[in-house]
Design a protein around this ligand. Structure first.
Ligand code: SF4
Length: 482
């Protein structure tokens, strides 16, 4: 088979075989089911990045990896990546979105089930079904084993959430019914463990048939494959599930679980970052360390350093998270201090209250034509300033977006700044907490990027000095002031 790395100026979801061109190079995305990457895979990847790229690797908010290269990857490089499981052996399905699982799947004492075998089985299913390549590249599936690090609130088309009923483990089916960035919602179906793959296969096949019809009719703008949520808006959940039932040949089991009210489904920002730092695993005597990766970006030396630590002291793999940081797992208690010190020596952090722990930024104008501002540089400036002038006691999520599309983060932030451009100066709209916009309540417009560090420090100082008590979150504090 001939391999090539196509380059597109329009690829919305770049993959290894359909890379996107950007101002700062050719952007390729490496799909890592459940965000797992072994130390050997890290070695192969860093060799590719050092040869073709700028020596930087980025963790995405789907726990993929992204690399930027100055030239297209050669056939040999792609074969190497395939040999080591970093590219799909089936080129046509490599572009489908990564499968998400909790970064603590299999090591979390709170979990109902280890979802990693299901992720692997579903990945294998995709490889065997090249006809699924016509689906939207954004088709996304998530497995939530009810770990302490929840992923069921991440935007996905289909999410299976483990639940225990009368001592048996089932999966509650959630579908992405809402707008872009919304959490999937329960649809009243309970899937027994042994039926998970066949139910997923039926859900996907009915969606594939819908996609085929739409593409044949060419009614869709630019013949773009429809998203699953478009099918759901077109047909409704009832018709979709009726067709899935027909395909399965047996009835789907109704769920006795009452759906949580909307406001209670999300994860509070305090909880989201609790995986950072040192935590015990369900395996007796073993620990994991959650590592803060500034803006999700690692140099190849840092990735090599982390993967060496995983090989020498841990389970031989890194676990990437949808919060653009990572875990090193399976560390013995006696080695914790040593590993912690080595992480700090790599210029990384482990504390959830470090300013970088909860700052997210999209690629900004160096990597995206739609960007009005250099979000990466502006976010680094804010983090560096905060590091020297404030001691946070909670992680505060600050989101830098180069335009209204909000690619870096879909969930609400504590503080959001959205690029507006400007003739000689970069400016931002500044939002806090909840409000009329998806970004929150607007408090400033046309705010000069140079003054953002001082403004954000002031907002955080006000919160720390004026909040009701230390349990009040930043969001609750700013919302009460609106
Ligand atoms: S949020 Fe806007 S500027 Fe940032 S990466 Fe997405 S499209 Fe580009």
């Amino acid at each position: 088979m001939e391999f090539s790395q196509l380059q597109s100026t329009t690829a919305i979801c770049p993959s290894l075989f359909n890379a996107a061109t950007a101002q700062d190079g050719i952007l390729s995305r490496i799909r890592l089911p459940a965000g797992l990457i072994t130390s050997t895979q890290c070695e192969v990847l860093t060799a590719v990045v050092n040869k073709f790229g700028n020596g930087e690797i980025q963790i995405t908010n789907r726990a993929n990896l992204q690399i930027r290269t100055s030239q297209a990857l050669t056939k040999e490089a792609l074969l190497d990546l395939q040999d080591y499981g970093l590219a799909s052996s089936n080129e046509s399905t490599d572009g489908l979105r990564n499968m998400m699982a909790s970064p603590s799947a299999g090591i979390d004492a709170h979990a109902k089930i280890n979802t990693i075998p299901l992720v692997k089985a579903w990945n294998f299913y995709l490889l065997q079904h090249p006809e699924l390549a016509i689906l939207s590249n954004k088709f996304s599936i998530c497995f939530d084993g009810s770990e302490a690090i929840r992923v069921s609130d991440r935007p996905n088309d289909i999410c299976l959430v483990a639940t225990e009923i009368n001592g048996e483990i089932y999966f509650d089916l959630h579908l992405g019914l809402g707008d872009r960035g919304d959490s999937p919602a329960p649809v009243g179906v309970l899937v027994p463990q042994k039926q998970v793959l066949e139910v997923l296969a039926a859900l996907t096949e009915v969606y594939r048939q819908y996609t085929e019809q739409k593409l044949e009719q060419k009614t869709h703008s630019r013949s773009r494959p429809p998203r699953l949520r478009e099918l759901l808006h077109d047909w409704g959940v009832e018709k979709y599930l009726a067709l899935v039932t027909k395909k399965l040949g047996y009835a789907l089991r109704p769920s006795p679980l009452a759906p949580l009210p909307l406001g209670e489904r999300g994860t509070r920002s305090l909880e989201v970052y609790e995986h950072l730092g040192i935590h015990s695993q369900k395996q007796s005597g073993l620990f994991y360390i959650g590592v803060v990766v500034p803006l999700g970006r690692l140099t190849s030396q840092q990735l090599t350093g982390l993967s060496n630590l995983a090989k020498q002291y841990g389970g031989g793999a890194l676990r990437l998270t949808p919060w653009q940081n990572l875990l090193i797992t399976d560390i013995a208690k006696a080695d914790l201090e040593k590993v912690k010190q080595e992480i700090l020596n790599l210029g990384l952090y482990i504390l959830a209250n470090h300013p970088y722990a909860a700052i997210a930024a999209c690629s900004g104008y160096k990597g995206c034509k739609s960007a009005h501002t250099d979000t990466q540089a502006d976010a680094k400036q804010v983090a560096a300033y905060l590091e020297n002038c404030i001691q946070l006691d909670h992680p505060i999520n600050i989101h830098f977006s180069g335009c209204e599309k909000s690619c870096a983060q879909h969930h609400p932030s504590d503080i959001a700044v959205v690029g507006m451009g400007g003739i000689n100066t970069e400016t931002y709209r500044v939002y806090v907490g909840d409000g009329d916009s998806n970004f929150g309540r607007e408090i400033y417009t046309d705010y000069d990027a140079k003054n953002l560090p001082a403004l954000i420090e002031q907002l955080l100082q006000n919160y720390q000095y004026q909040r009701r008590d230390s349990t009040q979150t930043f969001r609750e504090f700013v919302n009460q002031q609106s």
